[in-house]
Design a protein around this ligand. Structure first.
Ligand code: SF4
Length: 478
């Protein structure tokens, strides 16, 4: 998918590089404090969040269980509305379908809204290789496009950029002469000014979808900037790129999803724009595209549907699990090497690509469980990550020393007397060796820890020794 160089990609190396930039670390720390507070306030003020979460989970489960009914129904309704529906099995297929449509219309300029699916297929680069001029019109996406980077977050692609960095990018990219660009408002105003000509000049608009509604063939898009609507209504051709798992039976289900999504993603009660697209302009319409296409990407989602990981298809791409993950906060989105970072990406990237390429991601987890707690789709992310680790172990992908270590641990855990004897001796030895300094600068087999920090010397016995001592002290009531 996106691990820049699968041969040499390493999450650990990338995370270490990310930790070496103090300004970026401070920015991530700040975001890790603020974004969970915003979500918490919005969820607490809503009142029905948990009930709606469980309701939507059931609806989505039902839809996935009955895709063979809802997908043809959606296609029928969407076609009836005048759309052309295409199926893309692979990322390359989606890019090819979009390119063919652009060529059919002699398009040279494309205005593109935010779409993680097109990030997954690397559509922009693919169209640019064929000579098309593609402009990302979501402000965050536009910033990372200017920077030549991938999004660092599925909801806030440029969250990692400071105002000063964005200012530098704008001054270099926009030939607008001497000007002050000191405040965020100045940057937004300039982006709006520059973007206007792209909207007006583009022959093709491309957007994503947050939901596809089977009962009426509509797609729903939630944005805060309104750029999706301009991409969808100004160019003469509109292409909606999305995936099969966005399907919902009814418009009311899409409304329920929107209420969960917005609160989980940005902590807002309401997003600025929630748009429903039916199809091409009708005779009585004042504006809108003359031709509309919907491209549905599979890219291994059918395999996921048939696997033990099908819960992952319930993801609504809100980004809440990223915002609450201590690993994501420390390492940042780019370290994951995939367009899908954080806990959801650590499950999805290996499933959409391969367990080998993204072998470290299922292990980039502290098992704190915060991701599952906040996930509006109630996806058991820690369980899925653990299952992926099992699969890696079974497939022999886990590094050999880890496998040997786990085998030794499993064997030892099956010999409780020996285990307690050995751990008691080990703790006693560490206690004695560390008695002067109270900590170790280096320890065999713990280089990953002591490379960054001291290892505290154990002060008391093992857990079981302390537990037994406590039992002896506390009189038994019975
Ligand atoms: S896994 Fe859950 S919390 Fe994470 S992006 Fe998907 S829906 Fe949101």
């Amino acid at each position: 998918m996106n691990a820049q160089d699968p041969e040499h990609y390493s999450f650990i190396d990338a995370a270490q590089r990310a930790l070496g930039d103090p300004a970026a670390v401070a920015q991530r720390d700040m975001l890790a404090r603020v974004t969970p507070q915003l979500r918490e306030r919005a969820v607490a003020g809503f009142g029905e969040f948990e009930a709606l979460r469980q309701h939507l989970r059931r609806v989505r489960q039902h839809t996935l269980d009955n895709l063979d009914y809802y997908l043809p129904r959606f296609e029928l309704e969407a076609t009836h509305n005048g759309n052309r529906v295409h199926y893309a099995e692979t990322a390359r297929d989606l890019n090819g379908i979009v390119l063919d449509i652009c060529r059919e219309h002699g398009a040279r300029r494309v205005a593109k809204g935010k779409s993680m699916v097109t990030e997954e297929t690397e559509l922009t680069a693919s169209l640019e290789r064929e000579g098309l001029h593609v402009v990302e019109t979501d402000l965050g996406e536009y910033i990372v496009q200017l920077a030549g980077e991938k999004p660092a977050h599925i909801v806030g692609p440029a969250r990692h950029k400071s105002i000063a960095q964005i200012r530098e990018l704008f001054l270099a990219a926009h030939k607008l002469g001497e000007r002050k660009l000191e405040r965020a408002e100045d940057l937004v105003a300039e982006a709006r000014q520059v973007m206007r000509e792209h909207f007006l000049g583009a022959e093709v608009g491309i957007i994503g979808a947050n939901a596809l509604i089977a009962e009426n063939g509509y797609s729903m898009l939630v944005t805060n900037e309104g750029n999706g609507d301009l991409c969808a209504s100004l160019p003469k051709v509109l292409i909606v790129c999305t995936t099969l798992d966005r399907l919902l039976p009814r418009a009311t289900d899409a409304a329920a999803l929107q209420r969960l999504l917005v609160r989980s993603a940005t902590g807002q009660d309401q997003t600025c724009y929630t748009s429903f697209y039916s199809g091409p302009r009708r005779a009585a319409d004042a504006d809108g595209p003359l031709e509309t296409h919907i491209v549905l990407l599979d890219n291994h989602r059918s395999d996921i549907l048939d696997s033990d990981y099908r819960d992952m298809l319930q993801c609504i791409r809100c980004g809440a699990c990223l915002n609450h993950c201590p690993i994501f906060a420390a390492a940042g989105g780019h370290a994951y090497g995939s367009v899908y970072p954080g806990p959801m990406g650590s499950v999805l990237a290996p499933l959409l690509d391969s367990l080998e390429t993204y072998a470290e991601l299922p292990n980039a987890c502290t098992s704190c469980g915060r991701c599952e707690e906040v996930c509006p789709a109630a996806i058991p992310l820690p369980d899925l990550l653990r299952d992926l680790r099992h699969d890696q172990q079974r497939a022999g992908i886990t590094p050999q020393r880890w496998r040997r270590g786990m085998r030794l641990h499993a064997w030892l855990a099956g010999q409780p007397r020996l285990y307690h004897w050995l751990t008691a001796r080990g703790i006693g030895l560490l206690n004695w060796l560390g008695r002067r300094r109270g900590a170790f600068r280096r320890l065999p087999f713990a280089g990953g820890w002591t490379g960054e920090r001291d290892f505290p010397a154990p002060q008391r016995g093992t857990f079981m020794q302390q537990y037994r001592a406590l039992q002896r002290e506390v009189p038994d009531d019975e």
